[in-house]
Design a protein around this ligand. Structure first.
Ligand code: IMP
Ligand code: MG
Length: 180
């Protein structure tokens, strides 16, 4: 990006070029693994949408896409989420890749995996842009990961702070004390 980074942005962890190059590598792995299969990418609105579109364009086999959105119950225990907008189509007998922006504690991903598994896909795996394993509380199997990140709050490439910064083309650590 040509314009200077906003003041709350502390440090760029991965540049636009690094993100694009890594997504192409992971797309190649996915294309290899799912050749001759019936691949559907499923992303959770809104954070994973940016990653899904870039990944989908880099995958060289046919893919289908679908979306869902979730919301957490106010003041509830972590991982207490519900589906706010469901998928448009069934996934029975399809090879489903759940596309995540970040797997952090793992609660959200576990909920999504359990929900999708109940619909009898042929296979089900996770592909995440970012993985912060140092904060993991519940174990989830991450099959494809672009980047492992340190214990810092990050924004950009779909990830937000109070709905801001999703459209940054790089991934950056931010300091909410410095405002939005
Ligand atoms: P988990 O249930 O703790 O794994 O949380 C996953 C969700 O929390 C993600 O889908 C994000 O929406 C949000 N999240 C976790 N860490 C960050 C971050 O560093 N920046 C922005 N959003 C985050
Ligand atoms: Mg968010």
């Amino acid at each position: 990006m040509g314009s200077p980074a906003p003041p709350a942005i502390d440090r760029i962890l991965f540049t636009e070029e690094q993100v694009a190059a890594r997504i192409r590598e992971v797309a190649a792995e996915i294309g290899e693994k799912y050749r001759e299969r019936d691949l559907k990418l499923i992303a959770v609105l809104k954070g994973a949408v940016f990653f899904l579109t870039e990944l989908a364009r880099a995958i060289e086999i046919p893919v289908k896409i679908d979306f869902l959105s979730i919301s957490s119950f106010r003041g509830s225990a972590p991982g207490m989420v519900r589906i706010a907008k469901d998928l448009d189509e069934p996934i029975q007998n399809e090879d489903v890749l759940l596309i995540e922006d970040i797997v952090d504690t793992g609660f959200t991903t576990r909920f999504l995996l359990q929900t999708l598994a109940g619909r009898e896909p042929r296979s089900l795996a996770i592909c995440t842009l970012l993985d912060r394993t140092v904060r993991r509380i519940v174990q989830v199997p991450v099959e494809f990961r672009c980047f492992e990140i340190p214990d810092r709050f990050v924004v950009g490439c779909g990830l937000d702070y109070r709905q801001h910064y999703r459209n940054l083309r790089y991934i950056a650590a931010m300091n909410p004390d410095k405002g939005i």
